[in-house]
Ligand binder design. Sequence first.
Ligand code: KG4
Ligand code: ZN
Length: 374
Amino acid sequence: MSTADVTAAPDVLAQLAERRAAGLPVRVLGIESSCDETGVALVELVGQGVPRLLADALHSQIEMHQAYGGVVPELASRDHIRRVVPLLREVLARAGVGREAIDLVAYTRGPGLAGALLVGAGAACALGLALGRPVLGVHHLEGHLLSPFLSDDPPEFPFVALLVSGGHTQLMRVDGVGAYELIGETIDDAAGEAFDKTAKMLGLGYPGGPALARLAEQGNDKAFALPRPLMRSDSLDFSFAGLKTAVWTQLLKLPAAASVPAAALAQLHADLAASTQAAIVDVLVYKALAVLKKTGLQRLVVAGGVGANRRLREQLNQQCRRRAVRVHYPELHLCTDNGAMIALAAAMRLQSGQQEASMAYAFDVKPRWPLDAL
Ligand code: KG4
Ligand code: ZN
């Protein structure tokens, strides 16, 4: 890129602002590659309206990592490289537009796997440079947090957010885009990790959360008395590591496979899955209600992969109805990682006047990046 291109950059950014001011649609492409899903999506933003999803496409690497029982970072990066351009073509075709329709390119800057993040960042900057469009790095958790804005029932600020993903369990007060106050978080394992690790112990493979939830449907959630760590303490933090040990202890006490009929042992496993899920959900619901009470807010947003869990949704809906609290979830397919939430977060940043889009096409990634540092 020549120096002239760089000095011309503010004009393009000014043009973008002018288009927005004139009420013309602005289209934001989002690229997500922080872990084991490559996601690409296009959203459209008009004025101060809620951004609208035009098209999205996703490739999950689950099958590839399954053989190893978990995500292999190097394989993840290589697969992102293979998928990102075909997914981009798919999104544009579905939206019925050409590349030139993209006004801003957003990518996940962190947190996540360094090599995987670099693929999305590199692809976004290359595309931005080729098209002469600005590029914006987005916080992955901000994407999750804002993802319910793409649902049929979008929330309004301020709200309490319960962010429950594979790597994070956090409760936040959210007053607007970029205004995030961390109120509680896990001091060890995340809720998703607790699901995944229990699933692994029960031989359910990777990713364990959905499999454990499915098995739990057939079990008795009161069969095993499992701890609810930190639940009734004053602390608004979470701890799930002890639960994992308790599940392991119960597993060791189960009768040997040869000594009981297979169906009886399968039922015990289902009971243990149901009891574990109940313990995790009880803690999440209890703490979310405590934060609602502490902040006095009447709105709750649930986001992240564990937000897809049916029992969690049922319990939250029931408890919140009693307290006249509105609960908002992302669409089910937008609970886990996807490009739509990245495009959305960038669009909402643009909308809120937090202009960090750049045309320098130099990028870094932030594998560790606390959300309240934004
Ligand atoms: O948000 P996400 O896709 O990735 C991260 O950013 O971590 O969340 C993935 C996590 C995994 O731990 C997965 O097992 C869990 O979400 N998960 C579920 C369910 N669906 C996904 N956990 C419980 N029940 C589900 N239905
Ligand atoms: Zn995620």
